[in-house]
Design a protein around this ligand. Sequence first.
Ligand SMILES: *[C@@H]1O[C@H](CO)[C@@H](O)[C@H](O)[C@H]1NC(C)=O
Ligand SMILES: *[C@@H]1O[C@H](CO)[C@@H](O)[C@H](O)[C@H]1NC(C)=O
Length: 303
Amino acid sequence: MAFRRRSCSLLLVLLSLLAVGSLAATGPGDIAVFWGRNKDEGTLREACDTGAYTTVIISFLTGFGGHGGGANSYSLDLSGHPLAGVGNDIKHCQSKGILVLLSIGGPAAAGGAGANYSLPTARSAAELAGHLWDAYLGGSRPGVPRPFGDAALDGVDFYIDQPGGTAGHYDELARRLSAHNRSYRGRPGVTLTATVRCAFPDPDLAAALATGLFARVHVRLYGGDLRCEWGQFDSWNRWAAAYPGSRVFVGVVAAPEADRDAYLFQKDLYYGILQFAQKVPNYGGLMIWDRYYDKINHYISSS
Ligand SMILES: *[C@@H]1O[C@H](CO)[C@@H](O)[C@H](O)[C@H]1NC(C)=O
Ligand SMILES: *[C@@H]1O[C@H](CO)[C@@H](O)[C@H](O)[C@H]1NC(C)=O
């Protein structure tokens, strides 16, 4: 099914306003946004105060596993956002009913250098699970700093982008994190989500998803895979059908600057894509890449 992306006429704009209006009645579902990729996006608190999002995904824990000069070295990259205050912002967001997750991994470095993370052994997976639990979730251990203080995140998003690399032990990581799934520090339990490439299946995360432990799958309909990005809807249906126990999310960029080829005007998203995507029984919502692009383009949020 071919889809026109950039058609623009006054009639269509008017139709789209009607469509957005009618969509608001049913709603696009949950709106998850990535935060932490650009200092100019504003604080986490500001993102939550827009009222536009129901989930915020802090990104990324970029370094772990076999990189960084030792199995136990981890690095959090928030693009220059000061760490002080993020903990309080997390609590503020949670007090508004917003789910706050930490994403691990991230897009492969530009220039094909590959991502700076890996999970080469079951042991490295166990160590990462322990680190996530102690540093960001319900645990605590002497010598393990908690970057966000006593604020506890609601779970972990797996954003693993190592095309051509050897599959890591992300299934083991999921099982280890799931073993902590009980209430902690006022949070109800551990939520696991996966942010996958558009083409089904995604070899980096297939084993992890097969555990059945993931509440959500965010399907990235951008990122250079034009064969897959809404030229045909086949891939979306396959993702949805493969994981009936997970809610599937339509992942889009919020501004053309993020990915000119994959960007969808709002009218096309609401009037075309979502009408189709919402037909699967486990449709969950939208995943927005990212807060910065949304802020400059007013794609989902108005501020
Ligand atoms: C990879 O991570 C290590 C530490 O975790 C860091 O020193 C190094 O600069 C990173 N390399 C790249 C290419 O980002
Ligand atoms: C945690 O428990 C809840 C409630 O039983 C369940 O829905 C969810 O899938 C579990 N998550 C993990 C990661 O085990």
